[in-house]
Design a protein around this ligand. Sequence first.
Ligand code: 3YP
Ligand code: ZN
Length: 368
Amino acid sequence: MTTGYLYHEIFGWHDTGTHAGLFPSNPLAGLQPLQHFENAETKRRLHELVVVSGLIDQLTRLAPRKATEEELLRVHTVEHVERIKAESLLPKGGDAGDGLSPFGAGGYDIALLAAGGVITAVDAVLDGVVDNAYALIRPPGHHAIAGMGMGFCIFSNLAIAAKHAQQARGVERIAVLDWDVHHGNGTQAAFYDDPNVLTISLHQDNVFPPGSGRIEERGEGAAVGTALNIPLPPGTGDGGYLHAMNEVVVPAIDAFAPDLILVASGFDASAMDPLARQMVTSEGFRSLTSRIMEVATRHCGGKIAMSHEGGYNPVYVPFCGLAVLEQLSGATPFTDPILPIPAGFAGQDLQPHQAELVAAVRQAAGLS
Ligand code: 3YP
Ligand code: ZN
């Protein structure tokens, strides 16, 4: 198994500045400045663990290129692209759209490399240069919609790469699995009326964007049935996530029979994340990866490209990411010394209310 791995130091230079939790800092309101949650460290430390663990020697390093404007415009409006470009020239940069998604000077060019990095990963997989690939990029993408960025995202990296696969590479059917703990609203929106792209989002029920990612969101027109949302209750651990994979994600993708699988890979469903309340461990992420690889083997010769999204615990994200990369590449696991703590949390196994939600999704999706 050869696994493509894409990372570039410049991703660490995307400057989100200071922020006070979910809001811009504001001393008059008591919001003391702190480094933005979405900062370089989680990504940089994952990369450094990939190097220090020795896994880097078993991966095929890929170099990102910038996405072209034509590629961006398959998903975004000219106005959005031009505004980001203009604000990126200001000495202090700007915001992607919702006031929660700052970027520093030159942020446009780094965002182009993030979107282009996912395209690079997809191309490497489609060309057979590698069997599968992981793009460890920044800024993230899955919340960005046509006319604006939001939720720390500037451009919809994975959606742009999927449109590239369709329009430039002739890929017919694409399945997207988003296991970031937040709803992949931007990716879903980009393909809401496209019957050839199945978008599946596993997320914590109603966290971000507010009200988004309900079971009832199923796609529109000819594409009804090709959007699938699994809004898991807070406190869901490895057992609940695996159950959702086995009962919904795997059968839905089997029924869809894709030619390519893309994964929006956030690690903010981890048991140690400050921005959500799920309990997935590094072993849980390893199992999710293993499940999706089995489906990919059945339908598309194992072709999977993953795009990095959220994940905000600088200590734990590296071990979660390493587990995914090890599984993708078939490498011998490096020990996660933190694992015993989250693995020992009560409620790691499937709980009745979680099974109930999964059953409701199966029902809505016509799987039972
Ligand atoms: C954006 C503002 C509040 C929650 C935050 C979510 C960012 C994220 O990780 N999205 O996947
Ligand atoms: Zn997230």
